[in-house]
Design a protein around this ligand. Structure first.
Ligand SMILES: Cc1cc2nc3c(=O)[nH]c(=O)nc-3n(C[C@H](O)[C@H](O)[C@H](O)COP(=O)(O)OP(=O)(O)OC[C@H]3O[C@@H](n4cnc5c(N)ncnc54)[C@H](O)[C@@H]3O)c2cc1C
Length: 391
């Protein structure tokens, strides 16, 4: 016998679970199907940095909305997300100063707290930071990071409390259509019926879209992070730093560690099979990001490397997601391709998706910017910087 739902969500990452929560809150009968377990995909490996520095009004608004949810998570979702308001700093060289200030002006118009810091003020905020090569820094006192695994599981539990059913260790292997409209999904053992199907399959998003005969430009790309134990004298947590000059980001991690990753558009070239790729960190990567970290934070010269891991970004040509019904009128929706910066937007994406699926006349967030047709129209989303991941 088939299971029957109002909506089937494919994927138990932050997007699938946040969407399940929002849709269940609106009274829809939701079934969420995840091939592994909740948060076992890239969401659980996310650096989970929550900042609001974006080049587009829509993404900045979504980031601000989501920040308010992370700050009040127990009340608004239930359980904890371990949000840490460490502050967030972007440091740039002269060529990026105009872009930085344009983004900050946009942010301020939206009510986002952000301050332009002189290099001297930054060194007071973060003792030990190298400032000789800086022209300016932007500082968001409210931003920080969360625990991605706690967050996504909290959303899943909240959705379940509202009546959503979660099917774990269950892979969607096909979609069923009748007269151009989706009617359900298949798994190896069962059939699920629903008039709405939402593809939140992240790095597998293109594969799932292909089941609807749709080719979306979403590539699974291998990315790495490394950890370093902060030395005595600098053991205290520090703000999150996005260092465009050394093309890195770093933040404090529990256990006196600092987590480091790259801000590097060429990560889009590391396309892999999402089912089978090297999930271990490369020695060369640890050495490289360690050197970059020391250039910005020389105190880390005395730090010890404690390893790292590799996971997946799902990257689109403009590093922004596709959130759209494809084809129009089919009942099959894509919400994937967050290109390495989606975690922080997760709470807002759930609202956006719920508005889209329930046909809200005046949605909180318009999906037009993320329409699939923008690639064919040569109207991709553009940012202020060459560092595409910043958005
Ligand atoms: C190392 C790293 C660092 C990051 N750092 C940040 C950061 O600091 N800040 C930030 O905002 N974002 C960051 N991101 C990006 C962010 O984590 C992602 O954008 C976000 O987690 C994507 O969530 P998702 O739900 O779209 O996809 P995923 O987490 O990939 O979830 C998709 C799920 O779908 C499931 N699935 C796929 N195919 C099927 C199928 N056929 N049937 C059933 N289930 C299926 C998968 O198993 C998976 O669990 C980072 C990502 C990585 C990897």
């Amino acid at each position: 016998m088939a299971h029957t739902f109002d909506v089937i969500i494919i994927g138990g990452g932050i997007m699938g679970c946040s969407s399940a929560f929002q849709l269940a809150q609106r009274g829809l009968k939701v079934g969420l199907i995840e091939q592994r377990s909740i948060g076992e995909g890239p969401t659980g490996k996310s650096s989970a940095i929550i900042r609001q520095h974006y080049s587009n009004e829509l993404t900045a608004r979504m980031a601000l909305y989501s920040l308010r949810v992370f700050q009040d998570f127990a009340e608004r979702v239930g359980d904890e997300c371990s949000f840490t308001s460490s502050g967030f700093v972007v440091v740039v060289a002269a060529k990026d100063r105009a872009g930085l200030e344009a983004n900050m002006a946009l942010q301020r118009r939206l009510g986002i707290q952000t301050e332009l810091l002189s290099p001297q003020t930054l060194s007071e905020l973060m003792p030990g930071v190298e400032i000789a090569d800086l022209v300016a820094a932007a500082y968001e006192p409210e931003s920080g990071y969360a625990d991605p695994y706690l967050t996504v599981n909290a959303y899943a539990r909240a959705a379940r409390r509202l009546g959503a059913r979660l099917f774990l260790n269950t892979e969607v292997t096909g979609l069923r259509f009748e007269s151009g409209r989706v009617v359900g999904v298949n798994t190896p053992d069962e059939k699920f019926d629903a008039p709405l199907v939402l593809n939140c399959a992240g790095a597998w998003g293109a594969r799932v879209a292909k089941m609807a005969d749709v080719d979306v430009p979403i590539n699974p790309c291998r990315v790495q992070v490394a950890f370093f134990r902060r030395p005595p004298g600098h053991a205290a947590p520090h703000p999150v730093v996005a260092d465009f000059i050394n093309a890195t980001y770093f933040r404090s991690e529990t256990g006196g560690l600092t987590l480091v990753g790259l801000v590097d558009p060429s990560e889009a070239n590391a396309i892999v099979n999402p089912d089978s790729f090297n999930e271990h960190v490369d020695f060369e990567f640890v050495t490289d990001v360690g050197e970059r970290l020391i250039r910005r934070y020389p105190a880390m010269l005395q730090s010890a490397s404690t390893g790292g891991y590799a996971s997946l970004y799902c990257i689109t040509p403009d590093w922004h997601p596709i959130i759209d019904e494809v084809p129009a009128g089919s009942g099959f929706f894509v919400c994937a391709g967050f290109s390495g910066h989606g975690f922080k937007l997760g709470p807002a994406v759930g609202v956006m998706v719920a508005d889209m699926l329930t046909g809200v006349a005046a949605p909180e967030f318009d999906t037009h910017l993320f329409r699939f047709s923008r690639y064919a129209e040569n109207d991709q989303v553009r940012g202020q910087y060459e560092y595409s991941i910043v958005g």
